[in-house]
Design a protein around this ligand. Sequence first.
Ligand code: 5GP
Ligand code: MN
Length: 328
Amino acid sequence: MTIKTNEIDRVLDTFRAGSRFLITSHVSPDGDAVGSLLGIAHLLRGLGKTDITCVLEDDVPRIYTWLPGADKIVKQDAVTKTFDTSVLIDAHSADRSGKVAPLLPKANTFVVIDHHLVEKADGDLKWVDPTYAAAGEMVYDLYVKSGVPLTREAAECIYTAQTTDTGSFRYSNTNPRSHRIAAGLMETGINIRAITERVIDTMSRGKYNLLQRVLGRIQFGANATVAYADIYAKDLAETGALGEDTDGLINYLRNIEGVRVAMIFREAKDGKTKVSFRTQAELNAADICRAFGGGGHAVAAGATIDAPIDEAREQVLAHLRNHSGLDV
Ligand code: 5GP
Ligand code: MN
């Protein structure tokens, strides 16, 4: 596994040269988005920087609000100053940051750090490497290369990024380097059991109620090799679940014996539908989602389709019929 040393050095040079920083990540932030964003903020502080603004369009999901620095993440409306350096992490196109997007190119240098399968990335300086299991792992390598001592606070953010994006080191993206990084993180004294309890092993009552509904609604196709389910806005309202509680539900579909493709169609704002995709290796989820304007990884990807749920579902099933030969 070759690490793109050049890019790491250029990112660090840019960080060292900058003085006013904006850091953001993608909409519907997950553990890697919040953890890697905060990891960059801790690194910059370690480099002696003091003017750092962390921004996300959406609220930090409740299971990540305890992360050191999460309380300082603001919404784009609260941002009035200018920046010399902007950083987008765990995403490669400005528009993935939602309403934060217009702020990114305003900086002198717009840095993109991402680990998704990418055809073309935004940014003046891009470090994109899909061999990393989590963007948080990229932050770890920035720490190592910079010589900045890794604090326990930063390690908690990076470990959260890793454990969420690797499904607790079980997904196919997990590699020997992931475990070496985890070892380095543990050496700072972080309590991995406490972190796991907070971000992996806790289910809100709302999520439990929603899960119960969704499990009863799974449909199967192509000899039960395809499983999919819908989530409507009213499901959240009626169960008390939050948007963030839909995270991870798709694993229950994917884990059913014989299932090779799992999908969740979720009613989104403005008559749109968010589709989440999980596949086995023979079918590239990112390619399928790119056909709908989205993207992601080979086995986990997503897209937002500008159509109501019934129509969006039919479009995706038709695409699968036509491009993968699946009888769905
Ligand atoms: P999830 O299904 O959990 O929302 O997302 C799975 C993966 O696909 C994540 O890595 C996520 O960043 C990516 N992804 C989800 N939705 C989109 C999207 O609309 N556009 C792009 N480019 N990637 C997405
Ligand atoms: Mn990620």
